[in-house]
Design a binder for this molecule. Structure first.
Ligand SMILES: *Cc1c(COP(=O)(O)O)cnc(C)c1O
Length: 404
């Protein structure tokens, strides 16, 4: 796929070269991939002309956010930190939405002072706090209300957000109650209904169910929302056998939804924009052979990439150089951390590999570096941006001096 003369390439730079130049482990991103993902996303939803707000929590690197801004996207933020990062990347406040179940008063005040497009509220108490701030400032604040549509996203349980047992949004009954109570408020301007049912969704059916619920509730409320924020969640192909989300079907569903409800659509994609644009390059420290398997011990670990340990996610691990020798034995790729869950992948057959070889963990551009930690007092990896044949450090490798 990305091999040239048996060497793994990210754009026009080989993984070997990056490892040599910047050390391992390193997160590496392809500029072109991000650009293409954005353009493809726009193309797929061209007919509904949505406002696309990149979910900053999936990757909050400033350089990545600048690319996001360059290609015209806004931002969906979930903390003051992310809001500051989005603004620093020059994303316009009128293209920023603020989500999250637990925004503090300080965060609300800050968001209001920056005049962002809207705050997606998730509880009545949050609306009460916003009303207080608005009153004090003699302003009317734009908000959205997040609906919990009680829809099964049919994804990993731990990244499902749209069921009634999840903490997110308001149930239908409460939503209608709150809407009625605040729709004529002097200080609150309800302009948006928002939903987000989960992440890594690979079928349009959960979205269809979600749209049905949203449609029903709008009919019931007889309220005109300027915006309908459908969240993100579009899945990517972590493995070749993975199902692909049918964007054209999702787009058609929204088109018919818009015939009944004349609103503007907002999307909050994260993973689908940056997920497959990131790679984690690592070096094999040891290969420990037992009767049943070979443990391939890497210099990267769950502190750098926690998705396998946290969600049971599977990321392909590819050799940086291909050879023809196959070894038919279970290979278990693990990190050096003192936790049994510090394990990336089991592969039943792999090419012959050796100590000091470089491998590439794929599709780590979303929820990779942002979820890294210093567990075991390990410094966080460097982040490198590749554009054609040039490379640039966009986050320096952490120094032990700075974390001890
Ligand atoms: C996490 C999140 C997103 C982004 O989800 P992806 O699966 O990365 O597209 C969008 N909206 C909200 C409210 C979120 O919490």
């Amino acid at each position: 796929m990305k091999y040239k003369k048996r060497q793994f390439y990210i754009e026009n730079v080989s993984a070997e070269k990056i490892a040599k130049k910047f050390g391992t482990p390193s997160y590496v991103y392809s500029y072109d991939k991000i650009k293409n993902n954005i353009n493809n996303f726009k193309k797929k939803f061209k007919t509904i002309n949505p406002l696309i707000c990149f979910s900053v929590k999936s990757n909050s690197n400033l350089n990545i956010l600048s690319i996001i801004h360059k290609f015209g996207l806004g931002a969906d933020v979930v903390s003051k930190g992310e809001l500051l990062a989005a603004l620093k990347a020059k994303i316009k406040p009128e293209k920023i939405v603020f989500s999250g179940v637990g925004k503090t008063i300080e965060e609300l005040k800050f968001a209001i002072s920056k005049k962002i497009l809207l705050i997606n509220t998730e509880s009545e108490n949050e609306i009460i706090e916003i009303e207080k701030i608005a009153k004090k400032n003699k302003k009317k604040i734009n908000i959205g209300i997040r609906l919990n549509p009680d829809t099964d996203a049919k994804t990993l349980k731990k990244i499902s957000t749209g069921k009634k047992e999840n903490k997110f949004g308001l149930t239908e009954k409460k939503f209608l109650e709150v809407l009625k109570k605040y729709k004529n408020s002097k200080y609150i301007n309800i302009i948006c209904l928002s939903v987000h049912i989960g992440s890594q969704i690979t079928s349009h059916i959960p979205y269809k169910n979600m749209l049905n619920v949203v449609n029903k509730i709008i009919q019931k409320s007889k309220f005109k929302f300027k915006y309908i924020d459908l969240g993100g969640g579009m899945g990517i192909q972590y493995e070749n056998k993975f199902k692909k989300l049918n964007y054209s079907k999702y787009n058609k569903l929204i088109e018919s939804f818009l015939i009944k409800n004349n609103s503007n659509i907002i999307f909050e994609p994260g993973r689908s924009i940056v997920g497959n644009a990131g790679y984690l390059i690592s070096k094999i420290i040891y290969i420990k052979k037992t009767n049943s398997k070979n443990f391939v011990i890497l210099d990267t670990a769950m502190n750098d990439l926690i998705r396998p340990a946290l969600y049971g996610a599977k990321h392909r691990i590819l050799p940086s150089k291909i050879n023809e020798t196959k070894v038919s034995k279970n290979h278990e790729f693990v990190g050096p951390i003192c936790e049994t869950t510090d394990k990336f992948l089991n592969v039943t057959r792999y090419q012959k590999i050796n100590q000091k070889d470089i491998i590439v963990i794929c599709d780590v551009g979303a929820y990779g570096m942002v979820l890294s930690s210093n567990y075991n007092l390990r410094p966080r990896p460097a982040e490198i941006l590749v554009n054609n044949n040039s490379t640039k450090i966009i986050t320096k490798r952490q120094k032990l001096n700075n974390i001890i």
